[in-house]
Design a protein around this ligand. Structure first.
Ligand SMILES: [Zn+2]
Length: 189
């Protein structure tokens, strides 16, 4: 087994739940290897990303999913999940704000529009496509992500509510109307 596979296997005991402490020390231990592989991999998106972390990462473009890239992707996703874990205090503050406005649809919609981006979608699982398309599954301790998952639940509840559907429909209509006005202005040119 190659080294990167061994490292991933350290995390992925079949069916076991990954605790924060384990992820933290794994990331620390393999940080240099992660950077080393970014230089080695033929999947070039990573070297671009390391120079500018704000760029959008497209799905993997390697011809056959390359082992190096699988390791890098795993490391990258775990780091993002750790970041979410660290930001839960911040999310808790936003949730406190929600407690004050809940049951007022207008304010709820405002709230969800304003904060929907503060946390990535997370439901306690991660799936990585490995070599030859084999799937690697990671499971996390939902208690350790309690606040992040609660936030996601509330967000989804608002998005799926009937009132929200009606509202976003009427907003769409306004947008179409605005575009019409715009083209009307163009005609005047
Ligand atoms: Zn790749």
């Amino acid at each position: 087994m190659s080294q990167y596979n061994n490292y991933i296997a350290e995390l992925n005991d079949e069916g076991s739940i990954l605790k924060i402490e384990i992820i933290k020390s794994w990331l620390l231990e393999h940080e240099n290897y992660f950077k080393f592989l970014i230089n080695e991999t033929t999947c070039r998106k990573w070297s671009k990303w390391i120079k500018d972390k704000s760029i959008h990462l497209f799905p993997c473009a390697c011809h056959t999913r390359e082992g190096f890239c699988v390791f890098i992707q795993t490391y990258y996703e775990l780091e993002k999940i750790m970041d979410l874990h660290r930001r839960q205090d911040e999310i808790a503050v936003v949730l406190k704000g929600f407690d004050r406005i809940k049951n007022n649809p207008d304010l709820e919609f405002e709230w969800v529009e304003k904060y929907s981006q503060i946390a990535d979608f997370f439901e306690g699982k991660l799936q990585i496509t490995g070599e030859e398309g084999k799937l690697i599954n990671f499971m996390f301790d939902k208690d350790e992500f309690y606040t992040a998952i609660l936030f996601e639940d509330i967000k989804m509840e608002i998005y799926c509510s009937e009132e929200y559907q009606i509202r976003s429909k009427s907003q769409e209509n306004t947008l179409i109307f605005d575009e019409d006005e715009l083209s009307y202005d163009d005609d005047n040119y």
